[in-house]
Write a protein that binds this ligand. Structure first.
Ligand SMILES: C[S@@+](CC[C@H](N)C(=O)[O-])C[C@H]1O[C@@H](n2cnc3c(N)ncnc32)[C@H](O)[C@@H]1O
Length: 313
């Protein structure tokens, strides 16, 4: 797990004459520390070309070697990520906490931090270099805007494992799954980030009234995710006409790096948003998503939205 710290990330005076690339590496290889140091050298905006890493990572691996908090009550785990003020806000049950699962280069994460300055946004990313990129991006922004971006951080972690170690029941208000790896081969479907088993965890972590968002450019994966979430008794799909009231939807559609790539290539984006319904209603089994209703709503969305999808006759 790689954590956010303001201190060792800054290069020392002995690094003044090193190349830009070396300095980027020094920053990105920085380790955790809570002590502060004063340096006149600014933290540069990271460049993706120094942080590229092949996409393949095995999310089912049990020997990932990441650090996980023993329990969600372990506040010390979060100390390298937030200053005391935000650490206390993070622990306050009234603070909204958002999780971007598989945050990639952090576009949505930064967008959420700006859109919701009172909430805490946390990105989970399995790839080491990519996590370091996001970390440096946040540190750079924190330095550029004194007092800003204290409400956002990134963790190197496998979100398919131990997520309930990070958060208490109902601690999350929003969970985002943006352009997840499609895992096309049938034998790899069990690696998909939305599955029946994982949805039970997500339902545990999202508070009633909270929201789950997913977006992809792969129609088959979209159907898979929609099918799995709508089948789950704890989630209710939100109709398209209500989504315009949710600014997180536009943020999700427009701010992720993958989403921008899709837009540049003229591709389509498919998304759905769900509300976590109360345990009482979910357990009473009076609530079910009507499949036809869901389908119609989805069609309505595709017709209303700017995303071009073949309309079924
Ligand atoms: C296709 S990228 C999308 C990145 C970002 N959400 C976006 O839209 O730009 C999927 C990301 O999920 C990360 N990822 C895949 N499985 C993961 C897991 N189990 N835990 C955390 N991150 C994961 C990958 O490393 C990759 O960066």
């Amino acid at each position: 797990m790689s954590a956010i710290t303001d201190s060792t990330a800054k290069p020392t005076s002995s690094t003044k004459n090193t190349s830009k690339r070396q300095r980027q590496e020094q920053i990105s290889n920085s380790t955790n520390s809570t002590s502060s140091s004063s340096s006149t050298n600014p933290i540069e905006r990271p460049r993706k070309r120094f942080f590229r890493q092949r996409a393949h990572c095995n999310p089912l691996s049990r020997s990932d070697g990441f650090d996980y908090p023993q329990t969600p009550e372990d506040v010390s785990f979060w100390e390298p990520h937030f200053n005391p003020e935000w650490l206390s806000k993070f622990s306050n049950p009234e603070t909204e906490v958002y999780a971007d699962v598989g945050c990639g280069f952090g576009g949505l994460l930064i967008g959420l931090a700006e859109l919701y300055p009172a909430a805490v946004s946390i990105g989970f990313e399995i790839r080491d270099k990519v996590t370091k990129y996001v970390k440096q991006r946040i540190l750079h922004l924190r330095e550029e805007e004194a007092g800003g971006y204290q409400n956002v951080s990134v963790l190197r972690a496998n979100a398919m494992r131990y997520l309930p170690n990070f958060f208490k029941k109902g601690q999350l208000s929003k969970m985002f799954f943006c352009f997840p790896d499609p895992q096309f081969k049938k034998k790899n479907h069990r690696r998909r980030i939305i599955s029946d088993g994982l949805l039970a965890e997500y339902a545990y972590l999202i508070r009633p009234g909270g929201r789950l968002y997913h977006i992809t450019d792969v129609p088959e994966l979209h159907e898979w995710m929609k099918d799995h979430v709508t089948r789950h008794s704890c989630f209710k799909i939100i109709p398209e006409e209500e989504l315009s009231k949710d600014p997180a939807v536009e943020c999700m559609r427009e701010s992720t790096e993958e989403g921008k790539k899709v837009a540049r290539g003229g591709g389509s984006k498919y998304y759905c948003v769900y509300e976590r319904i109360s345990d009482e209603i979910a357990l009473s089994k009076h609530h079910f998503n009507n499949k036809e209703d869901v389908f119609e709503r989805q069609e309505e969305y595709t017709n209303n939205g700017k995303i071009v999808v073949q309309k079924k006759e």
